[in-house]
Design a protein around this ligand. Structure first.
Ligand code: FAD
Ligand code: NAD
Length: 447
């Protein structure tokens, strides 16, 4: 081992939700912990992901709710003041990085600023420092993917969108996943003319297509244009913007073009080969203990090729699990149910078994669609899309999966998460009382 190396029990690479949670839990065990970050402390979620997105979303959701009540007695002429909204977002995000770093240091974690790269299986380099450790935790996250086409340098990302000084008059969003649907809702309500360009006809493929079609219909109603089956081949800069082109004469002139075509794990410049760690384009390959192919090196969060959605609560769960493993536990990871929400207008949420999975065993699983637009919860708000889909296991009689589309879908999915996770039967649900009339009290009619 290099004599100049600074020694630790564990070195954590990346200070996002995964890395900070792991470092904190490991420090609480009394370990000597180093945490390395090359960019913003706190990582994607609070700086350029979930939280800034939700701040912008809060304003556009309020505007949409007011619009829906326009025929129901609420007079409103609301518009989004983007510069002020952005100032509000920046006021929130500006202190995050330094506060997170300070918080880590206050907890007794040794922090390093710079790019971490393995030199050997036991050593890594950060700037002028060499760090040696018994164990390492890779928590380097993901970055926005792009398209390998002429003019790719003109493509912007979700990071750019979430920090726009002005909302452009026209934008093109390439992609049909979480990011594209969330940014479309924000941009259209902030006054932009939005075109979503999809390379196939299956947006949000992991969600029930009936609910996705409801979301698409709602976004179209708000003014979003959808172009399907169009693989963009080139982006050119013009005198006053950009021209997006594709096969069969497709051409769209716009002010900005955002690629929302998935994210790539930050694993390619980590010296993983020197460390004996194998990886794929899904991230670091891990076993059921989140150990990489080098058994003393773990991977968690977005950087790990673990078979779960890449979300902040999952990153935290994996971090606490690995800390417990390094503290002496030796059980395989068992994930709880993972709720996911697309914060579009309206919201689309899902948990547990999906419709696609249920359809592989129709003898056992029944898909139940519930249209709720006329229920008091939704009617009073003028909501146009309020649907729930439940997956029933006919063997146990339990609900094992659910998806929701409405402005209340974020709350509803969390209630369903508790009930499905605790394996509540219909009979048990009828024994519970929720204050009425609320989103929760509808559960009685759903089960
Ligand atoms: C636009 C957007 C919206 C999102 N919204 C939601 C949401 O609503 N809900 C939700 O649950 N999830 C959401 N996510 C996903 C969520 O942000 C991620 O799942 C979460 O941040 C993953 O945490 P992580 O710690 O694994 O990775 P990250 O947060 O990406 O942190 C990794 C850190 O490692 C650092 N790093 C990388 N390489 C190195 C290196 N070699 N040396 C040192 N440091 C390095 C990076 O700079 C980064 O700070 C969203 C993501 C995006 C992009
Ligand atoms: N609310 C949330 O929880 C939330 C919000 C945003 C992001 N995220 C996380 O970030 C991840 C990334 O989000 P995302 O929307 O970038 O990815 P995604 O995987 O959800 O969607 C990518 C989309 O891009 C399309 N695509 C792929 N290659 C393409 C190509 N060459 N040309 C055109 N389209 C192409 C896909 O068909 C898909 O529709 C999510 O999977 C999720 O883990 C979560």
């Amino acid at each position: 081992m290099n004599q100049l190396a600074e020694e630790f029990d564990v070195v954590v690479l990346g200070a996002g939700p995964a890395g900070t949670a792991a470092a904190t839990a490991l420090k609480q065990q009394g370990k000597r912990v180093a945490l390395v970050e090359e960019d913003l402390w706190g990582g994607t979620c609070p700086n350029r992901g979930c939280d800034p997105k939700k701040i912008l979303y809060t304003a556009v959701e309020a505007k949409r709710r007011a619009e829906l009540l326009a025929q129901r007695g609420l007079k409103s002429d609301i518009s989004v003041d983007w510069p002020t909204l952005m100032a509000n977002k920046r006021e929130y995000t500006a202190p995050i990085s330094s506060a997170t770093k300070q918080g880590m240091e206050k907890a007794g974690i040794t922090t390093y600023v710079g790019h971490a790269k393995f030199l050997t299986t036991k050593n890594l380099q950060v700037g002028d420092h060499q760090l040696a450790a018994t164990n390492f935790v890779i928590a380097t996250g993901q970055r926005p993917g792009t398209l390998d086409i002429p003019g790719q340098e003109f493509l912007q990302t979700s990071t750019d969108f979430l920090d726009l000084d002005e909302m452009p008059a026209k934008i093109v969003l390439i992609g049909g996943g979480y990011v594209a649907f969330e940014l479309a809702g924000i941009a259209v309500q902030a006054g932009a003319q939005v075109t979503m360009v999809l390379h196939n006809a299956h947006p949000l493929r992991a969600f029930p297509q009936q609910l996705v079609q409801g979301l698409v219909a709602e976004l179209k109603d708000q003014g979003v244009e959808f172009v399907e089956n169009q693989a963009v081949t080139e982006v050119q800069q013009t005198a006053d913007g950009f021209q997006v082109t594709g096969p069969n004469g497709f051409s769209q002139v716009t002010d900005r073009v955002f690629a929302a075509v998935g994210r790539q794990p930050n694993v390619d410049n980590l010296g993983l080969t020197q460390a004996g760690v194998e990886y794929s384009n899904q991230g670091v390959i891990v076993d059921r203990h989140l150990r990489s192919t080098a058994a003393h090196i773990y991977a968690i969060g977005d950087a790990a090729a673990s078979p779960v959605p890449k979300l902040t609560p999952v990153a935290g769960f994996e971090a606490r699990y690995v800390a417990a493993q390094l503290g002496g536990r030796d059980d395989e990871i068992r994930y709880p149910l993972v709720p996911t929400i697309v914060f579009s207008l309206p919201k689309l949420a899902q948990i547990g078994m999906t419709e696609n999975q249920a359809q592989r065993n129709v003898a056992r699983y029944q898909v139940k669609e519930v249209e709720m637009t006329n229920w008091i919860t939704y009617k009073r708000q003028g909501e146009k899309q309020a649907q729930v889909q439940l997956i029933l296991d006919q063997m146990s009689g339990l609900v094992v999966g659910a998806a929701c589309l409405s402005l209340e879908a974020d709350e509803m999915i969390n209630y369903l998460s508790s009930l499905i996770g605790a394996e509540y039967s219909s009979k048990q649900v009828q024994q519970l009382l929720w204050a009425y009339p609320t989103t929760a009290s509808d559960l009685q009619y759903l089960y």
